[in-house]
Ligand binder design. Structure first.
Ligand code: NAD
Length: 260
């Protein structure tokens, strides 16, 4: 058990990548908090963990709301006594050519990805410091933390920004044993990506099959999607690592789409 009794908050854990990370952490003995906008789906994930004899609770959290983030983290600390691991994972995708990108959509994207990462970090950090044990903060970046793609100006900007936040948290947190790292997955077939396939087909004037083969997986070494399990393995590595040797890093898990 790599996370025995560690309190792990995972945002956006009602679906996709976050859900798989929550299930993986629970199997490794973590006390897992399913933090999501979607109350029913978050509760269903917590119920699934408890049914498998794990420990979990669901909290309603819009990561863009300082009040909701602070209230949810306070609820977790009251229930479980602290916070050891934060996975800032909640995210959405909105695609437009830059000349048509509505400013409201741009602001929404930056709010969820960057304000969300900042607010959850700010709320959890003092508890990691006060415990004297430090903690692990993991940001869900993307290959788009390193590379750009057409139509994704807001997403690429936000995902690059997470690397700056991670490096700063690593420097400030080092003396308290608070580590920060970024996971950078390639395309994973979650609801977020399923939605993009027809959208990109329409925007680019190509078939959905061509969006998958010629856009999403074009530069991988084997034409394969990354899986939620692949990403959860990396999230477990970062969460379970016990020293500052591994901090301020970004790890790409993308079937070779991006090579550092
Ligand atoms: P998903 O749509 O399956 O799940 C996202 C979850 O986030 C949902 O449960 C949703 O309710 C929640 N959420 C959305 N806005 C929220 C908010 N304001 N507050 C709290 N929760 C909110 O998506 P996914 O593919 O699992 O994506 C998870 C993360 O992984 C995102 O940050 C995404 O950018 C990143 N990512 C995804 C891929 C991919 O190919 N799927 C690749 C790289 C990075």
């Amino acid at each position: 058990m790599k996370l025995q009794d560690k309190v792990c908050i995972v945002t956006g854990a009602a679906s996709g990548i976050g859900k798989e990370i929550a299930l993986t952490y629970a199997r490794e003995g973590g006390k897992v908090v399913i933090a999501d906008l979607n109350k029913e789906a978050a509760q269903a994930v917590a119920d699934e963990i408890v049914a498998a004899h794990g420990v979990a609770m669901a909290v309603v959290m819009d990561v863009t709301s300082e009040d909701q983030v602070n209230a949810a983290v306070a609820e977790v600390v009251k229930a479980y006594g602290g916070v050891d691991v934060l996975v800032s994972n909640a995210g959405i995708q909105i695609v437009h050519p830059i000349s048509d990108f509505p400013f409201a959509d741009w602001k929404k994207m930056l709010a969820i990805h960057l304000d969300g990462a900042f607010l959850t970090t700010k709320a959890c950090y003092p508890h990691m410091q006060a415990s004297g044990k430090g903690g692990s903060i993991i940001y869900m970046g993307s290959v788009h933390s390193k590379e750009a793609s057409v139509l994704k100006s807001a997403y690429v900007t936000a995902k690059h920004g997470l690397i700056g936040l991670c490096k700063t948290v690593s420097k400030e947190g080092g003396k308290h044993g608070i580590r920060a790292n970024v996971i950078c997955p390639g395309f994973v077939r979650t609801p977020l990506v399923e939605k993009q396939i027809p959208e990109q087909a329409a925007q680019l004037g190509i078939s959905e099959d061509d969006v998958i083969k010629k856009v999403m997986l074009k530069d991988t070494v084997d034409g394969e999607f990354t899986t939620v399990q692949d990403v959860a393995e990396v999230a477990l590595l970062f969460a379970g690592f016990s020293s500052n040797a591994l901090t301020g890093q970004s790890l790409v898990v993308s079937h070779g789409w991006f090579m550092q």
